[in-house]
Design a protein around this ligand. Structure first.
Ligand code: PLP
Length: 409
């Protein structure tokens, strides 16, 4: 059976050119980049090259890039690093205040909750509208005297909604102009751009951000490697202590092959517009087809301000897990927002924040396309999905009840 992968937002296959770029660093060029001999310097050259590629992509200096073990670590370093640094330096009695949104990835959300629980920070979780958008004025209104950090994701991983990062960045910049003299520190702005890379403009100057997280495995690079952009002048306490690697902000011998893979993956992103257009066209066909062929389906996320590769839905009266497993039996891999990676049946915090009730969130499914997705694959999904949903709804007593009530109206 042919397998169809529509879960690129979870992870993507490594591109051939990325594997080719990595291979020498797994075999011949195996040195430790901190070693001063030729073996070490060969590896160092690989890391330096990758840093330049990432810096070019983000329009920043290579010295502003910290390599990490992925998106989760980048988010942790940005948030914990700022809070720890601020607490160490500040004479303020008040707890440092973080502003974030209710729909962040758990890498941000759980980090903020952890700091709150340990009594190290005060956190405001901003609400979103029904499409999952944070409002710039809500961010502005939430700023307090003790606000040190705003962390808002660039694009949401479950529903694909794009957040107004540039506008928030500009607003914070303006606010900072008035605050510096009064309070002695600026509000820093971090964005988790893990899902945005490859699809949206990640120029950090255009975005007006101080920190930006990315992760290689979401755009054709290897797993377990990522980067954090940290604007020059922003001080972060390291989260991993030890050697002086990564400008003393992240200790540990660098994962050289993975870092080179990240560098190569980033170079393949440029000139990707025709591929993005193709993906978006297929994604729109999928959305149109599902909404046309299947009753009682809600498209979640913003109708326009959404990533070109994500189509997410709530199928009423049935569970997303059942749809996902039935699609898997037919060779189609998608994911459900209602269960997190642990396999628990917790409702999606993202959909709940968008105002969906617990019941509706249970039927959520995310399709995420990538550059290898074809027209035939989308046609196949549109052929097999309606009968799967129909059958599951027939089997579900809960579904029958609801459908009966609905048909009577
Ligand atoms: N942030 C977002 C928005 C994500 O989608 C993910 C992964 O799904 C992460 C962070 C975590 O990245 P990683 O898997 O590299 O730790």
């Amino acid at each position: 059976m042919k397998r169809i992968y529509l879960d690129y937002a979870a992870t993507s296959p490594i591109k051939k050119t990325v594997l080719q770029a990595m291979q020498p660093y797994l075999l011949d060029k195996f040195g430790n980049p901190s070693s001063l001999h030729s073996f070490g310097q060969e590896a160092r050259a690989g890391v330096d090259w990758a840093r330049e590629q990432v810096a070019k992509f983000l329009n920043c200096k290579p010295t502003e890039i910290i390599f990490t073990s992925g998106g989760t670590e980048s988010d942790n370093l940005a948030i914990r690093g700022v809070i720890e640094e601020q607490r160490a330096k500040s004479k303020e009695q008040k707890l440092p205040h973080i502003i974030t949104s209710a729909i962040e990835h758990h890498a941000v959300l759980h980090t903020c909750q952890d700091l709150e629980k340990k009594g190290l920070a005060e956190v405001t979780y901003l609400p979103v509208d029904k499409f999952g958008r944070v409002s710039v004025s809500d961010v502005r209104k939430a700023i307090k005297e003790n606000t040190v950090l705003v962390s808002i994701m660039y694009a949401n991983n479950e529903i694909g909604t794009i957040e107004p990062i540039r506008d928030i960045g500009k607003m914070i910049e303006k606010t900072n102009k008035f605050r510096i003299s009064d309070f002695g520190f600026r509000i820093l702005f971090h964005t988790d751009a893990v899902q945005a890379v490859g699809y949206l403009n990640c120029d950090v100057k255009y975005l007006h951000v101080d920190m930006l997280s990315l992760s290689a495995h979401k755009f054709g690079g290897p797993k377990g490697v990522g980067a954090l952009y940290v604007r020059e002048g922003v001080n972060l306490a390291p989260e991993i202590t030890g050697g002086g690697q990564e400008y003393k902000k992240r200790a540990g011998t660098e994962n050289v092959p993975a870092i080179v893979g990240l560098g190569e993956a980033v170079t393949t992103i440029n000139n990707q517009q025709p591929t993005i257009n193709k993906i978006q066209k297929l994604r729109d066909e999928l959305i149109d087809g599902i909404l046309r062929e299947i009753p009682d389906v809600i498209l979640t996320g913003h109708p326009k301000e959404r990533l070109p590769n994500i189509a997410s839905f709530c199928f009423k009266y049935i569970e997303g897990e059942s749809i996902m497993l039935n699609l898997d039996l037919k060779g189609v891999a998608v994911s459900t927002g209602s269960a997190c990676t642990s396999g628990s049946l917790q409702p999606s915090h993202v959909l709940m924040a968008c105002g969906f009730n617990h019941e509706t969130t249970q039927g959520s499914i995310r399709f995420s396309l990538g550059e290898d997705t074809t027209e035939e694959e989308i046609d196949y999904v549109l052929k097999i999905l309606p009968p799967i949903v129909k059958r599951l709804r027939k089997m579900s007593p809960f579904g029958k009840e609801k459908l009966k009530i609905k048909n009577q109206k």
